[in-house]
Ligand binder design. Structure first.
Ligand code: GTP
Ligand code: MG
Length: 195
């Protein structure tokens, strides 16, 4: 699907460490532990490409991956609660926000939302930041395998209601499970269509 190598490029800890913005990129944002790194592994079919773990705050740098020769794919640190020292968390939250609001080559941010929990205030805050920076974003619901049928409809409605307030949001939601593979092909096709 993606022509050329899919590989880890570098971990970035400050805005001046970002690679030259000479090609379009997409990124995965979301609360700590929502499943950003796992989704990258599922999308690329490479289990250990992005490091995932059950500890919130696993990803602490802006991790760049090449997506073929033409795109970058970016795994971000989470926002919200993380198991790391406060000073460290604050540093990466500042970096995360600077990146989301200030990266000219960012074509679309995928904002990951746990399909069991819906949009939390901290997610809405990030969506408002993206609105303000005019960065298009699309919600990907994660951990679909863990959501009960009766909760799914309610959560989807809650997410749609919240998104209506955000001009930079794409209305289409993608329900995924990195564990079971639901929605992965759909998301690959969406990414392939971002030029
Ligand atoms: P941080 O880097 O800490 O912000 O987390 P993250 O958003 O990158 O989450 P990560 O991919 O590390 O996954 C967190 C936990 O959720 C891990 O234990 C994963 O195995 C689990 N997980 C991720 N996606 C799924 C999924 O689709 N289904 C299930 N059941 N578990 C998942
Ligand atoms: Mg991660």
């Amino acid at each position: 699907l993606f022509a050329g190598p899919v590989d880890f490029l570098k971990g970035v800890v400050a805005m001046d460490g970002l690679p030259p913005d000479d090609r379009p990129e997409i990124c995965f944002a979301g609360r700590s532990n929502v499943g950003k790194s796992s989704l990258i592994n599922a999308l690329t079919g490479r289990k250990g490409l992005a490091r995932a773990s059950n500890t919130p705050g696993r990803t602490q740098e802006i991790n760049y991956f090449t997506l073929g020769d033409q795109y970058y794919m970016v795994d971000l640190p989470g926002y919200g609660y993380a198991e790391a020292p406060v000073a460290v968390v604050e540093r990466w939250q500042r970096l995360l926000k600077a990146y989301l609001a200030g990266r000219a080559s960012l074509r679309r941010a995928f904002v990951l939302i746990d399909a069991r929990h819906g949009v939390k205030p901290v997610d809405a805050e990030i969506m408002s930041l993206l609105d303000g920076a005019a960065v298009n974003f699309q919600v990907v619901l994660t951990k679909a395998d863990k959501v009960k049928e009766k909760d799914r409809t309610r959560v989807l409605a809650q997410v749609r209601e919240k998104l209506a307030k955000h001009p930079a949001a794409f209305p289409e939601l993608v329900l995924t499970s990195s564990e079971k593979g639901d929605g992965i092909a759909t998301l690959r096709a969406i990414i392939a269509g971002i030029a």
